[in-house]
Design a protein around this ligand. Structure first.
Ligand code: SAM
Ligand code: SF4
Length: 331
């Protein structure tokens, strides 16, 4: 396994503070060494069980600790997952990500999720799940069931994480990520910005992500969407700003050159031009479909129109056929 360079906080700050044109040029140069700059990897999220989570994450609509009026529903049937996975494939997604609002899955829940994984794989799609904390044995079980990715985000710096949630700690996160890696699963690990954290917290998050060994294959960068009823319901009134967000994408790209850097929650608030700049910065993945887990996503028709206007397409080209422009020839 190639040794991952150990990043220092100062090195991350030095990157972040580069003149933007130099930072973007550096990021795009590195991006092109590993990826086709005109391709986007698309994933579709399916919330297989919603609400009632015992954790108290201040950002989250699904926590029982907050009064968010979210619809709570039990574990979805496998047939419904199959239906949603077929829809995801038709849209152009190459991966389906199943989320459940659990602290950790029980044996019977894991059994049901394994059936869903098999269903997704039967469509020749990649499967990712995010079920909370996982033991090594459970991680091996999911790997044996054909799972490709396990998502477990570091969210922020350890210090700010402790301010944002008290029912679990950073060590719990790192332990699950270690268990997932030990089982040979690819990790999807990122975080959230715009929660009122400092730039140092953001730099620490990126440093800790890049210093994971191996580095996460998929790195979701969420931009907080304030949910009414959560302690952060007014936080969106102080957004971090598009340029600051794009700087984070570029720094993540430089530090994790072979990872998919995913524009995640909050992308719907970016203009087409800001998204194009984020793609140039090395953001090469996003969620496709009208919903993320609980908050709205960008409309998929708008997404396809944007990619077409940029001369970009999904990385599983077979699924994405640019809509032909029918030119009516005057008779
Ligand atoms: N329950 C699992 C866990 O906590 O690990 C799965 C979480 S699922 C991947 C949701 C992720 O989306 C969270 O880890 C968080 O990074 C992000 N997220 C959730 N609510 C959000 C919000 N309101 N705004 C931005 N990101 C959010
Ligand atoms: Fe639960 Fe995950 Fe939401 Fe935290 S982010 S409250 S663990 S569903």
């Amino acid at each position: 396994m190639t040794h991952t360079p150990t990043w220092s906080l100062q090195q991350v700050f030095d990157l972040y503070q580069l003149p933007l044109m130099d930072l973007l040029f550096k990021a795009q140069t590195i991006h092109r060494q590993h990826f086709n700059p005109n391709e986007i990897q698309a994933s579709t999220l399916v919330n297989i069980q919603q609400g009632g989570c015992p954790e108290d994450c201040k950002w989250c609509a699904q926590s029982v600790h907050h009064n968010t009026k979210i619809e709570v529903y039990p574990l979805m049937k496998t047939d419904e997952v199959l239906h949603k996975a077929k829809q995801a494939k038709a849209m152009g997604a190459s991966r389906v990500c199943l989320g459940a609002a659990w602290r950790k899955p029980t044996a019977s829940q894991l059994g049901k999720v394994k059936e869903m994984i098999a269903t997704i794989k039967s469509l020749d799609l990649e499967a990712c799940v995010t079920l909370g904390q996982l033991s090594t044995e459970q991680a091996h079980e999911l790997k044996d069931a054909g799972l490709d990715y396990y998502n477990h985000n570091l969210e922020s710096s350890p210090e700010y994480f402790a301010e944002m949630t008290t029912t679990r700690n950073y060590e719990d996160r790192l332990r699950t990520i270690h268990n997932v890696q030990t089982a040979g699963l690819k990790t999807c690990c990122g975080g959230i910005v715009g929660m009122g954290e400092s730039i140092e917290d953001q730099m620490t998050l990126l440093m800790n992500l890049a210093n994971l060994s191996p580095q996460p294959k998929s790195v979701p960068i969420n931009n907080l969407t304030s949910v009414v009823g959560t302690p952060l319901e007014h936080q969106n009134q102080k957004p971090i700003g598009d340029i600051a967000f794009i700087r984070l994408i570029a720094v993540a790209r430089i530090m994790m050159p072979q990872s998919y850097i995913r524009l995640s929650c909050g992308r719907e608030r970016l203009s087409d031009a800001a998204q194009a700049l984020a793609f140039f910065a090395g953001g090469n993945s996003f969620f496709l479909g009208e919903k993320l887990l609980t908050v709205n996503n960008r409309d998929q028709v708008a997404d396809k129109a944007l990619l077409k206007s940029l001369g970009m397409q999904f990385d599983n080209q077979t699924a994405y056929i640019p809509t032909q422009v029918c030119v009516q020839h005057a008779e």
